[in-house]
Design a binder for this molecule. Structure first.
Ligand code: OXD
Ligand code: MN
Length: 591
């Protein structure tokens, strides 16, 4: 399949270390993938679902200790400790290799070693990057074939060139010996003892964010945890927005948004370019351009329904692998909390136990059919609102960058930063309540700069500096905003309806970018005049509700500024520009 000596040497080394019974190259053909699916079903790894209702769809259950990304066991490995971040785990590269070598020794005995050549980005585009993942997991092979472009065509483009090395073994699926290690200085990723997507589909978080963020820093571009969407105006013009939210905060829903009736009637449309990752470069015209390097969606299933995200639901109806959702034995389909009001009468929960949608545990709490972080892996081409620019190797020009998180109080519905550096400050101080996408407590507020806390492959302070440097390279930078869909009332209910109605906020954002609407200057940035958020056709929301959603409480923000200062204190190499921004915010709050 290739004469690339570096690829062949990587395979030989791995064979010698892991002792697989055979090596199988993934050629990307439908015949071979179909044979893999058949084998996975025979081995009990996949369940073939109802092919009339869900053609090409399968269900997989992970072991119960392996259901999310494990940030506590995810490492950036480098020669010097300070080239990682105090808020990330670090291991000295040499030590990490030695430890991993011991764990990998003979771990593939009796198993097949699959070689997956994959491209992040359109095959052959000058902005794309190539990886080779070696894995003993057929589940990984089948997911990678959805999430990335795989096979011979990638090797043809690679020729004798360089690639990112990825080695994965599910080994014994031992929690204690689980490690997800990144070696940005060597373009290498090594993952062992997990089989959960974010830990093992090495093209995604490991390459397209952790390794790529480091490559971006050295090569002058950016790899970000951002969705990309286009808003098409009635006159046919489309403007693009990239938006960063922490995991499981609705990126997929926003990326596939269906505008409210009043916008649809006028002819507005929203197109999805990507739902999770953006690679961003400076275009010849001095604007920033973004591509989505992935080829599919690895979305959170619970909560996805005909109302919240019909486009995502439609996307999952063929060629999809569901992981850890509930099984409906009556019709051989799947179900998850929030899909509809008809859980299976005769079902099996994500743990493999009989389940009927109406069961309680010993404490009287409902037993869930699907794990809260259960997922669908679905091909991008299935998406009804996929942008026609999806394959454009040069990407789409960004008018706005949006940051956001889950904040019950503090952050207003939307505000605009006052400059690029002020926008970098806003991104650097992002905070959000944690979700089920990673192991650990849910609902705790943590700082998550640019939604990249778990994904920056080098020192966080240097990452902020890189953002500031990128701003100097663009003549026409996108404007930077912050949104918060999650403000709650005194009873803890969300005030803003969210989902499709977020279009009303995007509308204001794009009007600001075009200089078409005024704003009110506040200590934190520009906030809309309440009457400029279009609430036509929105039940239960008045201009006063919007006023409340836009309110900035100075005392809360003084506390927030202290929180930011404390967070900066936990980091190293925070650039002076951001310290100045913080000082400026404090001065304005005290004025
Ligand atoms: C994801 C995540 O899967 O952020 O996208 O965890
Ligand atoms: Mn993500």
């Amino acid at each position: 399949m290739t004469s690339n000596k570096k690829v062949l040497a990587f395979i030989e080394e791995t064979k010698a270390l892991c002792d697989p019974k055979e090596v199988v190259w993934v050629d990307g053909s439908e015949e071979q993938l179909e044979a893999f699916r058949k084998q996975a079903v025979e081995e009990g790894i996949l369940i073939k679902l109802n092919q009339e209702k869900l053609p090409g769809c399968y269900l997989h259950r992970t072991t119960q200790n392996d259901v999310a990304r494990v940030e506590g066991r995810t490492y950036i490995c480098s020669k010097n400790k300070d080239d990682s971040s105090p808020i990330n785990n670090w291991m000295e590269s040499g030590e990490a290799y030695d430890m991993l070598k011991k764990l990998f020794k003979g771990c593939m005995k009796g198993r097949t070693l699959y070689v997956i050549p994959y491209s992040m980005g359109a095959v052959g585009s000058k902005f794309s990057k190539i990886g080779i993942e070696l894995t003993d997991s057929i589940y990984v092979v089948l997911n990678m074939a959805i999430m990335t472009r795989v096979g011979q065509k990638v090797l043809d483009v690679l020729g004798d060139g360089d690639f990112v090395k990825g080695l994965h073994s599910y080994a014994e699926l031992s929690e204690e010996k689980r490690y997800i290690c990144h070696f940005p200085e060597d373009d290498t990723i090594i993952s062992i003892n997990s089989n959960y997507g974010g830990n093992v589909l090495l093209g995604k978080k490991c390459f397209a964010l952790r390794i790529a963020s480091y490559l971006g820093k050295t090569e002058g571009w950016m790899a970000e945890h951002m969705l990309i969407l286009g808003v098409e105006y009635p006159n046919g013009e489309t403007k693009y927005i990239a938006a960063a939210f922490p995991s499981a905060c609705g990126k997929t829903n926003l990326a596939m948004l269906i505008p409210p009736e009043i916008y649809k009637k006028k002819g507005y449309k929203v197109w999805c370019v990507g739902d999770d990752i953006a690679w961003i470069r400076v275009g010849e015209d001095g604007r920033l351009y973004a591509v989505n390097p992935e080829n599919g969606f690895f979305g959170v299933a619970p909560g996805t329904n005909e109302k919240s995200n019909p486009n995502a639901l439609h996307t999952t109806q063929k060629g999809t692998i569901f992981t850890n959702v509930a099984y409906n034995a009556d019709n051989n389909t799947v179900w998850w909390e929030g899909l509809d009001k008809n859980p299976p009468k005769n079902g099996i929960d994500w743990k493999g136990n009989p389940w009927n949608g109406d069961m309680k545990d010993a404490d009287g709490k409902p037993i869930k059919g699907a794990h809260p972080n259960s997922r669908f892996t679905a091909p991008a081409v299935n998406c009804p609102c996929l942008s026609k620019e999806f394959e454009n190797p040069n990407g789409v020009p960004l008018s706005a960058i949006v940051f956001g998180g889950r904040r019950a109080k503090t952050a207003p519905l939307v505000y605009q930063s006052t400059s690029w550096n002020n926008g970098v400050f806003v991104g650097s101080s992002m905070a959000s309540e944690t979700t089920a996408a990673a192991t650990g407590a849910v609902g705790v507020v943590r700082r998550d700069p640019m939604a990249m806390r778990p994904f920056v492959g080098y020192n966080m302070g240097d990452y902020f500096t890189h953002w500031i440097e990128m701003g100097k390279k663009v003549k026409n930078p996108p404007k930077i905003f912050n949104v918060n869909w999650f403000r709650t009332d005194d009873e803890g209910h969300f005030i803003w309806p969210g989902f499709g109605d977020n279009m009303r906020v995007l509308d204001w954002i794009l009007k600001r970018c075009a200089g078409e609407v005024d704003a009110v200057e506040t200590p934190i940035g520009y906030v809309p005049k309440a009457e400029d958020i279009n609430i036509e056709g929105l039940e239960g929301i008045t201009v006063d509700t919007i006023k409340g959603l836009l309110e900035i409480d100075k005392d809360t923000w003084k506390e927030e500024a202290e929180g930011i200062e404390k967070f900066y204190g936990e980091l190293t190499r925070v650039p002076q520009e951001l310290k100045d921004q913080l000082a400026n915010l404090k001065a304005k709050l005290n004025a």
